[in-house]
Design a protein around this ligand. Sequence first.
Ligand SMILES: [Zn+2]
Length: 135
Amino acid sequence: MTNDPVEFLRARLDEEADLARRCDGDGCGEWTALGGTVYFCRMDLSGFPPVIARHIAVHDPARVLREIEAERDVLARHAFGPAGGDPELPWDDRDDCRYDGELRPCDDVLDLALPYAHHADYRREWLPRRMRDSG
Ligand SMILES: [Zn+2]
């Protein structure tokens, strides 16, 4: 268990990427759906309500891996530390988010962690501020 939402989030992204790769996410192509059947790389499964079949197909491993890479890029932009020597940025000498200068953890990091709020290691204080303030 960690007190750092960035470390927590990286661990979740690593877990999801590993799972997507084990589903042959790097090279089997796109999952598709037709009616209640989902066509995976080497097999198909039928009997789903069509909307669920479409939902499964939309979350194919290749797409999940692209989404994880995008989230990692966002996370890297929002690393903590001084702004990087730009004296025009008011937070240049503080150890907060380098991208927006918000106090750590910034709202974007909290938003990225929110999908994992069900995880046992997720901490209530990581809820985005807008959700904490509303009750
Ligand atoms: Zn930020």
